[in-house]
Design a binder for this molecule. Sequence first.
Ligand SMILES: Cc1cc2nc3c(=O)[nH]c(=O)nc-3n(C[C@H](O)[C@H](O)[C@H](O)COP(=O)(O)O)c2cc1C
Length: 376
Amino acid sequence: MKTLIKNMLTETQMDRLRDARLLFKESGTARFATSAQTSGMKIASSARSLTTAYYSLLSRKFQREERAVLLGLAKYHAELQENDANVFLMRRNVHRIEKGLSMRPRRPVFAKEYILETVNVYRKVVDEPDRSDETTGDSLRWSYDVLSEYFRVVAEDPVLDHARKVFEDCPAPFPKDEQTARVPYKRDLDDHPVSYEQLEKLAIKRRSVRWFDQKPVPRELLDKAFTIAGLSPSACNRQPFRFLVFDDPKMIETVSSLPGGTIGWKHQIPVMIAIIGSLDAFYSEKDRHVIYIDGALAAMSFSYALETLGLSSCICNWPDIESHEKRGAKVLGLAGYERPVMFLAVGYPEPDAMVAYSQKRPLEVMRTYNPPINTT
Ligand SMILES: Cc1cc2nc3c(=O)[nH]c(=O)nc-3n(C[C@H](O)[C@H](O)[C@H](O)COP(=O)(O)O)c2cc1C
């Protein structure tokens, strides 16, 4: 509809229409409509059942997200039963085993509830790595090392013994190497790679940069920054995201128009990145927010890494707007269970361009020690 009107009217007519719309917002009629809407929201939010009715009958704003979550769950659970191996599941369980191995005191029998599930998914990845979405052997090597260590230390138990047999019947994917085994270890606490002052300087220097030098960004630098992003924490070490990187000018033209927040500066973005979250990493709806949390943590590490390499970035928001979602999924070829978490514009900062001051909130407002809690 918007595009139709845009095509029919001249620039000046469009400007007048925009002005009229803005002024209408100040009118009594518009204020009445807004207050009626607010009252509706107040009523709908006053009870759970009314909220459900509101989002089922009056607003469908959550519908597409619900479908994406359900498609992810369906894929996850189908893979448990079928031959495809869900590497997210493998990583989660191996992570839980690592926690068990590091537990103080360590229990002689642990991970009993999920060890069979773990060795089964491990076996599927060993048998058919191509069907597991895992192109590098890193997760497999880690799983192999951790499971080897697990079966070395746990006590005898019928369930564990059965799992041990499944594990030992699998051909070892790598030669065993005690020296480089990827298992829980003690960190070197005497090593302080970065001082607080250095990190503070970096945090102050990083600002959202929207104006870039028109020179290519070497992929080696981007890959260095992605390496740092990949070291970020993620819930149960599932790492349920991937980065789609566009440095081809024609493709950037299309991709930079997907998020709305690039208007006015998208024409000079040298690299555009989409962070895509995978909802098939989770067995339950309760984890539906994790793609955004994990994706954002990786994005933050990525931005800092870029700054250390002389590059800058600006995050571009991906609000849940149905028309954007449809177009984004089509352009990027996303599966129904995948969602953009955010986009990032990246490039060398243009030396004369300004950045916003962006005042941060004071420490005293941002944090509270021991706020009152209710222990009853
Ligand atoms: C989730 C998120 C979405 C953002 N979306 C946009 C956007 O669409 N367009 C834009 O110009 N800036 C965007 N930004 C940048 C913010 O405006 C910026 O981070 C904020 O004003 C603070 O400035 P600073 O990053 O320089 O500290 C976004 C930032 C975040 C974290």
